[in-house]
Design a protein around this ligand. Sequence first.
Ligand code: XIL
Length: 331
Amino acid sequence: CHGTPKLYEVFDKDFFIGAAVNTSTIKSHDELLKHHFNSITAENEMKFENVHPAENKYTFDQADQIVAFANDQGKNIRGHTLVWHNQTPAWVFENEEGTNISRSMLLERMASHMESIIGRYKGKVYSWDVVNEAVSDKSGEFLRPSPWLKTIGEDYIAKAFEYARQIDPDTLLFYNDYNEFVPEKRDKIYRLVKSIVDKDIPIDGIGLQGHWNLEFPSIDLIRRGIEKYASLGLQLHITELDISVFSHDDKRTDVKQPSEDMLIRQAERYQEIFSLFKEYRDHLTSVTFWGVADDDTWLDNFPVRGRKNWPFLFDELHQPKQSFWEIVKLA
Ligand code: XIL
């Protein structure tokens, strides 16, 4: 990719363009990562079940490999994630007999988990997704009834942010969620973050995951959401961007290659979305893709198992797609 324009140069030098990586893609996708991205996120390797599989057992080997890659290459690191209902082992919420532990005990476990991982990467991870996906998708329900909520109560979120700030005064603290531009969910995320800000609990930003497709969310919805979130005066990061070539209702599993039509529409979408990002540069400080190139994406198994998808700017052979060229034109 030597003569190719660099993706991160589409923005100014203080803006971070990231990619989610794993211990394989830091090797198999290293050329693209080195050339186009100035930030990385570990796709799974810093999650609770990966680093802390049992009460007195920490396994940092894979996360360390990713941090070492970023340090060697001079890339920034977004930490993902500390308090979440998924990919968190059952032992966290139970005692040895398998019954639920008390509020104070769970708060202690939360704090010691955070101390270990935030502490280990202090000065290396510049921002953390402290709490992930706490808001409910169900109409009329505010917070997701996760084990964190059930055992600790609503203030588990505030506590997580307070612990994080005590452990590392310099890293940026984010609340991260998906369906972030669906109006009802958007308003709940806004309400949650506003309550944190109003109570003077430390928080620096909102992470908007960005798992989108060719139609949804519309540019108008993204614009309205960004304006609403930006009114809280925090930084905004797009944290997990991918644009599925399938619409919500398209459940076909036999598509072997993306059609010309899909790729053209995807390029238009990326162009519109990145133009909007540039408009809101004052609030938006980073965009991370949830992968690097079309040969490795979690969408191959989500939401339809075993269906290939092509959500990124680089194809399965790591060549820039039309989507890439539309974005670099915005530089
Ligand atoms: C996904 C990973 O990409 C998959 O490899 C894993 O099997 C499940 O998690 N929201 C998040 C991410 O915050 O951590 C998820 O990552 C995708 C949805």
